[in-house]
Structures are given as structure tokens and as C-alpha cells.
Ligand binder design. Structure first.
Ligand SMILES: OC[C@H]1O[C@H](O[C@H]2O[C@H](CO)[C@@H](O)[C@H](O)[C@H]2O)[C@H](O)[C@@H](O)[C@@H]1O
Length: 583
């Protein structure tokens, strides 16, 4: 796989950004500092600014190592870092979005007073999550790991102080519902400039993320923006970049399954993830040869590219099953449903934008590409027996019949024959019933396996709840829409419960506890949180008129029913006992 696809877009020189890579992406200095375990979170080191140029820093490091006979102590390494690196966050200035409004229209769609106040609070959090880069980042990018972009961004929050690619889809939708179209447009323009520079969009806004991407949702972000603003000219202007990104995925991620061309996640850089360097070295100890270790790093990075880092979804053990641990990661050999569904969506959006541009032959070209991907999705992913789409295992040449919300991704992207809606609805609802996916008070879990990894049971992730809820709504049958609304209301209420107890929005939640937040994985659960807020703001706009919290006169569904059953049963038992005593 080559780093770039070879179509025509003119990439700007980004040598300065690459220069910083010798500090932040690979090499002895990175190895020595990260293996010294100076910080509780490995990401801390690679986010710190340099005090000198990369070349001077490397020279200082060589002198330092020679003076310490190549075996410095942890304290000495700490001193080296303090002498050569600045504190975290030096790349930003405080910034309040200029288009922020106190009372966006979605608030008027909320009836319940507590939910209304929550909507106001969530809208205010955008101000905490905004980041604007200082001018020095643009003049001296080689002093920073941050990727320079012209416009301010909204970040996820917590340890994530830079943009993340797929998070931005839900963030941008939240911004649009909050009437912050200017901020949303700025983020889109940043992404477009990044595609021009790098050829694709990195996982996140740091140079150490620049050799892998995340689920390609730029086209869907631009479509959302155009739907809100009616700015069809922007759609047309974005075509060159969208086409380029689409071709990048097709040229660099295509594999063959059942004789069809489909896409799979896969990074292309050697070595451990810089931001989790020590963690990756640790898991690689299960492997003997350097070649095996490299394969393991590539699997870890491919999983990070999927956005689901980490999950049993990507495990294939010797029996061809999903039980195991990180040493069983085989991400690159699993064809993921949502990636192909999203690429189908991309092709449809590009075709639609070409029609807007009046370029019918290009529109047809992309309609044909979309039709080809759809054909592959039906052949490779649809599984008649399971009644749903499934990931495909390229090692054992078989479908992977394990639950992941992405098994329903084609409903979200409308990647199925729309004439089959009734049939698909029956089949998918039967699948949901069989797996009892509706039984969890805190939302639908990401998998049904408890591994301690953050994208496994019992964690529930906002983007995945969105995918399910929106997908069932799109399917459009009475039953699918009913379940969609039920899950939508539950998600709002459960997030609100967590918020009212902690005053925080979390990056992930807990399927087993109504109002509980998630955990596990390699870092602590983060608060903020971009995609969580975006999803809830959209759902408050959609469902706000129909939800009343129990304390304000509404019922709380399951709980209320449970207490009525307990009450009636207790009353009947007492009546029988009293009756017997009287006799
Ligand atoms: O540092 C560990 C990993 O952190 C990121 O992944 C998680 O947070 C992202 C931001 O919210 C989210 O997009 C991703 O789905 C999460 O798993 C980062 O994206 C990874 O590359 C990184 O290794």
C-alpha cells in the first residue's frame, strides 16, 4: 500500500510538519522517554511543545545519552524532558466561538424544564471545547506535534485536545443544531485543507496520527452542513477534495472478499503507536520476532483507524473466534460492515453533488461506483441466516456472527435496496429480539463480550447509539420507527441521569446501569464530551417535545411499570392474608 493515492489533487508541501515527526512519531528519543513511564498517560509526552528545533533537540538528546552512558535513570530522563519540552497546551489561545448564541432554537423544542436547562448547559459546553491555535504554530510548525489548521476547532475534551476525525461528524451536527454554522464551516475547511496537504484525513490533529485515518465521514459532514445552510455552492466546491478522499480509501484500503473489492482498515507506518508507545511495546512482548511485533503494531493501528480501539470485534483466535486479547488482533483481515457502508454513502453524496454542479457524466460515474459497492455489501456482508449484515473474516473465509452496532450501519447510510425495507425491517427486528438488545437500561452495548477493552461490553458509545437510532428511523417501517423512538428517549433520559448526578457528559456510558458511565481500556473515561453533546443536542431537538421526566409528571417507562407490578402484587398478597385471617 502506498502512502498516497495517485490521483490529481495538488498536495501542499508539509515538510515542516514531517520534521517534527523525528521527535513525535519514531526514534530513540521517543522510545527512551515513553519507556521511562514519566506520565500516567502516554499521550502527555507527545503533546508537549519543543523548546528548540527538532534537530537541536536530537543533538541535545545524543549529548545527554552519551553523558549518561546510554542508561539514564528515570529522574534524569524527566530532567531532560523538562529542559527540552514545554508544558501541555502551549499551542492554543483561549477562544470563545464568535457565532455562539445563548438560546439556539433547539432549546424551544424542549418541554421538560430540567431537560431544557440541560440543553442550555450543553450549548454552553461548546465554549469550553473550542481551541484556536496561536500564530507561532503556523510559523514554526516543527516545534509542535499539532497539525496546523487555519480555523478554530471543537475538540472531544479531556485528554483529547485536538480534533478527531470521526468524532467531528457528531460534533458538527451538534454545532449546526446550535446555530454555530460558522464554526462548523471552519472545521470543514480545515479538513479540506488537510486532504490537500496529506492526501487524506489523519485519525486526529497531531502529526503522530498522520499515518492512519478514521471512518471517512467528511462527505457526510459536508452534506449535513449543506442541508442546514442550503449552501449548495459549498457542496460543489468540496467535490475535488471529496473525490480525492474517496479515491484514497479505494486505492489504499481495498481487499478481496468472495471475489468482490471491499475495504478494510489498515495503517501503514512501522512501530508502536507514539501516543501509546509503552502499552504497545508491552503487548508486543507476546511475540518473538521483530517481524511478528511489527505485524502486531500494524493491527493495533488498524484498530485505531476503525475508531474502535480496542474491541473483541477485531480478535480472531486460532479457532477463528472472537475470544482472546490484544495479541489476537487481526483488524486488517476483517472486512468491516460500516466502512463499506460509509464508502457507499460517500459515492452517493459525491454523485448528488455532481448533479448539483450540473456534471451529469461524473454523477453517473459515482452512481455506478455506489452501485458496485452496494453489490459487494449485499454479497459479502448481508447474511440471510443471521438476518443482518456481518463483518467478514478473510483468514477463515467466513462471516463473523457477533453483535456490534455496526452490523446495522447500512440502515444509517441507506446502503440497501429501499424496496426491501419491509423484509429487512422484519429480519433486523427479529435479530434485535433474539439477542435481547432492548433489555439494557443504559443503552445497546458495543459487543456482548466483557473483555475489559473499552469498545466491549458493557460500554455504550454515543456514535453507535446514534447509528442504531437513526438507522431504525431511516428504515421507515412502523415497528422500526417505534423502536428508534424508544431507544432515542432512553438515551436522552439515561445521559440526563448521569449528568444530573455528576454534572458531566462522558465519552462512553454503561449498558447495565441507567445513568452509569463507561470505563476500561488504556485510559480513564473522559469527560466533555464532543460527540456525546452533539448526539444529545440533536435528540433534544428531535424528541424534546415528547419527553417529560418522572419528577416533572412524566413516567419513567420500565421502572414505573416495575413498581406498579410490585405494588399490585403486594396489595393482592396482603388482601389474601387479611382475608384468610378474617376467615
Ligand atoms: O490514545 C489512545 C487512542 O485514543 C483515541 O481513541 C479514542 O478516542 C477518540 C477521540 O474521542 C475516538 O475517536 C476513538 O474512537 C476512541 O477509541 C485515538 O483515536 C486513538 O488513535 C488512540 O490510539
Amino acid at each position: 500500500r502506498s502512502f498516497y493515492s495517485d490521483n490529481s489533487i495538488q498536495k501542499r508541501d508539509y515538510q515542516n510538519e514531517i520534521e517534527a515527526c523525528q521527535i513525535y512519531c519514531y526514534g530513540e528519543l521517543l522510545h527512551t522517554v515513553q519507556m521511562a513511564h514519566l506520565f500516567a498517560d502516554s499521550k502527555t509526552f507527545v503533546d508537549r511543545k519543543l523548546k528548540n528545533t527538532p534537530a537541536e533537540t536530537i543533538a541535545n538528546f545524543q549529548t545527554f545519552m552519551a553523558a549518561k552512558n546510554n542508561s539514564p535513570t528515570q529522574d534524569e530522563i524527566r530532567e531532560f524532558v523538562e529542559n527540552n519540552f514545554d508544558d501541555l497546551g502551549k499551542e492554543f489561545v483561549p477562544w470563545e466561538p464568535t457565532d455562539w448564541v445563548e438560546h439556539p432554537a433547539f432549546i424551544d423544542n424542549i418541554n421538560d424544564p430540567d431537560l431544557k436547562q440541560w440543553g442550555v448547559d450543553l450549548n454552553a459546553i461548546w465554549k469550553d471545547l473550542g481551541r484556536k491555535m496561536i500564530d507561532d504554530v503556523h510559523t514554526n510548525p516543527h516545534f509542535y506535534s499539532i497539525i496546523p489548521v487555519d480555523n478554530p476547532v471543537i475538540v472531544p475534551g479531556g485528554r483529547f485536545i485536538e480534533f478527531y476525525y470521526w468524532d467531528s461528524y457528531w460534533i458538527i451536527r451538534g454545532l449546526l443544531y446550535s446555530q454555530m454554522t460558522h464554526t462548523a464551516r471552519g472545521m470543514l475547511e480545515n479538513f479540506m485543507s488537510i486532504v490537500r496537504r496529506f492526501g487524506f484525513i489523519p485519525n486526529g490533529g497531531r502529526i503522530y496520527y498522520a499515518q492512519r485515518s478514521q471512518p471517512p465521514l467528511l462527505a457526510a459532514m459536508i452534506k449535513s452542513y449543506v442541508e442546514f445552510t442550503k449552501d449548495t455552492q459549498f457542496a460543489v466546491q468540496s467535490l475535488e477534495v471529496l473525490e480525492h478522499e474517496f479515491e484514497y480509501w479505494m486505492n489504499n484500503h481495498t481487499v478481496q472478499a468472495k471475489g468482490y473489492n471491499v475495504c478494510a482498515y489498515g495503517g501503514i507506518s512501522p512501530g508502536p503507536r507514539p501516543e501509546s508507545y509503552r502499552e504497545d511495546i508491552e503487548t508486543s512482548k507476546a511475540f518473538v520476532t521483530d517481524a511478528e511485533k511489527e505485524e502486531h503494531y500494524a493491527e493495533l493501528k488498524a484498530a485505531a483507524e476503525s475508531g474502535m480501539d480496542f474491541s473483541s470485534r477485531w480478535f480472531i483466535n486460532d479457532k477463528g473466534e472472537q475470544t482472546g486479547d490484544l495479541t489476537h488482533l487481526k483488524t486488517r483481515s476483517i472486512v468491516p460492515v460500516e466502512l463499506n457502508a460509509i464508502l457507499h454513502w460517500n459515492a452517493k453524496i459525491i454523485a448528488e453533488f455532481y448533479r448539483l454542479a450540473g456534471n451529469n457524466s461524473k454523477a453517473e460515474e459515482y452512481e455506478n461506483k455506489a452501485a458496485k459497492i452496494l453489490e459487494a455489501i449485499e454479497a459479502v456482508h448481508w447474511n440471510e441466516e443471521a438476518g443482518v449484515w456481518l463483518d467478514y473474516d478473510l483468514i477463515n473465509n467466513k462471516s463473523r456472527n457477533y453483535f456490534v452496532p455496526t452490523n446495522l450501519a447500512p440502515l444509517w447510510t441507506m446502503s440497501y435496496n429501499l424496496n426491501d425495507s419491509e423484509k429487512i425491517s422484519k429480519s433486523v427486528l427479529k435479530y434485535i429480539e433474539k439477542l435481547e438488545l432492548d433489555k439494557y437500561p443504559g443503552g445497546v452495548p458495543n459487543t456482548l463480550y466483557r473483555t475489559g477493552e473499552q469498545w466491549d461490553f458493557p460500554n455504550v458509545w454515543p456514535p453507535m447509539q446514534y447509528l442504531l437510532i437513526k438507522g431504525l428511523e431511516n428504515l421507515g417501517t412502523t415497528e422500526s420507527k417505534e423502536l428508534s423512538v424508544k431507544w432515542g428517549h432512553r438515551w436522552v433520559k439515561s445521559n440526563f441521569q448521569a449528568y444530573s448526578e455528576t454534572r458531566a457528559m462522558f465519552e462512553k456510558y454503561d449498558a447495565e446501569r441507567f445513568g452509569g458511565h463507561g470505563g476500561g481500556g488504556e485510559y480513564d473515561v473522559q469527560k466533555g464530551f464532543g460527540w456525546s453533546n452533539g448526539v444529545i443536542i440533536e435528540f433534544l431537538d428531535k424528541y424534546g417535545r415528547n419527553i417529560t421526566l418522572p419528577g416533572n409528571g412524566g413516567n419513567d417507562g420500565g421502572k414505573l411499570k416495575m413498581w406498579s407490578v410490585i405494588g399490585i402484587t403486594a396489595f393482592a398478597v396482603i388482601a389474601v392474608v387479611v382475608g384468610r385471617l378474617l376467615i
